[in-house]
Write a protein that binds this ligand. Structure first.
Ligand code: ADP
Ligand code: MG
Length: 256
């Protein structure tokens, strides 16, 4: 049975998609069967996994509207080593269309149940909002991975997400918990980042992952080649940190 994780943070540009595709590639490298679900209409996780979002006939949109199953809509990224349930601009319409429908926040969960035995990990890349799409992700997941930059307002920005997760936990998905906070784009030379990192650890304790993802230009370059950084330049510091993170996730899951 797959363990299902949302990669979420209501802020844009904090490293959600980079974390999703590189964690997926890292997990694949250590022998895990992985599905990436792209829940962002921008389709960055789809493209960053080497799948052309414009060429997809079926996407997560069709799955949410129940006109296709995941088995029908998923695509294989041979280079990245995992499967992708892709997204494109069409998904932006789902937000409005879902409001009218029954079980609107549980549609992804129902669809994932049918493929749970095909995977060890399902990673859901969420859009930068606490929308119906993100809600579908949170309702489906066992846990949330929160990538964050160690900046001045980092802790403050987390409170909306933490409150949403608490509400979903209480009302819709009793399995849901924050698995951990992942420090990304970290630059140890910047004193402020070290200070915020220490604050995070004193505030959230064990919930802060041991692995730290450094700021690394190869991770930023990889998407333009349609590859996760882990595959694009395996020797880079960024790639190696994501493989370390994949191992840490495998360890955490065995104690869940
Ligand atoms: P989000 O999905 O939260 O909007 P992205 O993963 O797309 O964020 O990251 C935002 C930008 O930062 C992208 O251009 C990405 O390539 C870059 N980026 C993300 N993580 C790193 C990193 N560790 N080092 C350097 N650049 C990064
Ligand atoms: Mg993104």
């Amino acid at each position: 049975m797959a363990k299902i994780f949302c990669v979420a943070n209501q802020k844009g540009g904090v490293g959600k998609t980079t974390t999703t595709v590189n964690l997926a590639a890292g997990l694949a490298q250590v022998g895990q069967r992985v599905l990436v679900v792209d829940l962002d209409p921008q389709g960055n996780a789809t493209m960053g996994s080497g799948i052309d979002k414009r060429a997809l006939e079926l996407t997560v949109y069709d799955v949410l509207l129940e006109s296709a199953t995941i088995a029908e809509a998923r695509a294989r990224s041979e280079k990245a080593g995992y499967d992708v349930l892709g997204a494109n601009r069409e998904l932006a319409g789902a937000e409005v269309e879902l409001v009218e429908l029954e079980r609107r926040e549980r549609r992804l969960k129902a669809a994932l149940a049918a493929v749970a035995d095909d995977y060890d990990f399902v990673l859901i890349d969420c859009p930068p909002s606490l929308s119906m799409l993100t809600l579908n992700g949170l309702c489906s997941a066992h846990g949330v991975v929160v990538p964050m930059q160690c900046e001045y307002f980092a802790l403050e920005g987390l409170s909306d997400l933490v409150n949403t997760i608490k509400q979903v936990h209480a009302n819709l998905n009793p399995d849901l918990q924050i698995i951990g906070l992942l420090r990304v784009m970290f630059d140890p030379r910047i004193t402020l980042q070290q200070q915020v990192s220490e604050q995070l650890k004193s505030h959230f304790g064990e919930k802060v992952f041991d692995t730290v993802i450094p700021r690394n230009v190869r991770l930023a370059e990889a998407p333009s080649y349609g590859l996760p950084g882990v595959v694009f330049d395996p020797a880079s510091k960024g790639a190696q940190s994501f493989v370390d993170f994949a191992r840490e996730m495998v360890r955490r899951v065995t104690t869940m």
